[in-house]
Design a protein around this ligand. Structure first.
Ligand code: 2P0
Length: 323
């Protein structure tokens, strides 16, 4: 038995599209910030007495369909370790599930850590990152804290994350505007597949990301939050243009998403430096320097209510322990 705690991450340069669906090899590199406020704690117990895998999230036992991805992942760990026993997986999710706040990132990172350790595998962080990738692409990056790059690689051995700056030593912070915390209608897995298959703009996306990756690494090295924010905001809008231009077109935005984007731009027009990014859901994440936290929070609380705002600092990498 073993337990792991992993934090979510939000991409500043997005992963949107796979080269290999089965191995989850992405089309491009990506770069994210791990957050301290949202995380998953997962305990895995391999038990010879069990006749099937049992998976619970926040004490609710999942049915066959809902636990399919987790059971497939456990099969992979069993194959790697030679373990034959079924497992009990008990997960506590401190992330609104499936609301574009990357719950699958912390969930599969924590599962990779706990299941591999419980099965007797002692993986280093690179191999943990590769294993987490098999559950969900964004989980690849949640093995590390702070600013993290996922190198796309070209196969299972070469596609993994590495830290860019694990201890963020400047004021970068993120505030989530929780527009809607109900489950999304179009999964990222399906959404990105549709975008790759049918957006005529997809062919320029790898070039855009290559450019943004180089630029954001320079901006991070210079600790330039305005440059980081500008790159992230443009990259997010271009990612969402891939959904709008798919066939049929779709969007993760709702009316409050647009309202939040406008609010961030209005703050900027008033001289407060902040930028937005959105993932596969309607919530908006605001990027800024912590010295501006109070003025940004106050302005957004007037419009959205303080209870819908969550401030998050850069978070740590995965922790794994034997109970
Ligand atoms: C990202 N997202 O880089 C991008 C940006 C959402 C928008 O990774 O199919 O749940 O499990 O690999 O990781 C969400 O997609 O998709 C995601 P799979 P995942 O964070």
């Amino acid at each position: 038995m073993a337990t792991a705690k992993a934090h979510t991450n939000i991409a500043l340069v997005k992963y949107w599209g796979k080269k290999d669906q089965d191995m989850i090899i992405p089309q491009t590199d990506s770069l994210s910030l791990t957050l301290d406020e949202f995380y998953t704690t997962t305990k895995v117990t391999f038990d010879d007495q069990l006749s099937s895998d049992q998976v619970s999230i926040n004490s609710n036992l999942l049915g066959d369909q809902a636990s399919q991805k987790v059971r497939n992942f456990l099969d992979l760990v069993r194959k790697m370790s030679g373990t034959t026993a079924f497992a009990r997986v008990e997960s506590q999710n401190h992330v609104p599930t499936a609301a574009g706040l990357a719950s699958s990132a912390s969930a599969f990172a924590a599962l990779a850590g706990a299941a591999s350790r419980a099965a007797g595998l002692n993986l280093d962080r690179r191999d943990l990152s590769r294993l987490a990738r098999r559950g969900s692409g964004s989980a690849t990056r949640s093995i590390y804290g702070g600013l993290v790059e996922w190198q796309r690689g070209h196969d299972d051995a070469t596609s993994y994350a590495k830290p860019i700056m694990e201890e963020v030593d400047f004021g970068l912070e993120m505030l989530a505007i929780m527009v809607d915390t109900t489950a999304k209608k179009i999964s990222s897995r399906f959404g990105m597949q549709q975008s790759v298959a049918s957006s005529p703009y997809y062919k320029v996306w790898p070039e855009i990301v290559a450019h943004d990756m180089a630029a954001i690494k320079e901006a991070i090295a210079a600790r330039n939050i305005d440059a980081i924010g500008e790159i992230a905001e443009t990259n997010a809008l271009r990612m969402h243009a891939l959904t709008l231009s798919a066939e049929p077109g779709f969007t993760y935005f709702d009316s409050d998403t647009l309202k939040a984007m406008r609010a961030v731009r209005a703050l900027r027009d008033n001289g407060i430096h902040c930028y937005f990014t959105m993932d596969a859901g309607p919530n908006v994440k605001v990027i800024y320097d912590r010295q501006d936290r109070q003025s940004i929070f106050k302005a957004l609380a007037t419009e959205f209510g303080a209870d819908r705002l969550v401030v998050s600092k850069p978070g740590p990498g995965i922790k794994i322990w034997n109970d």
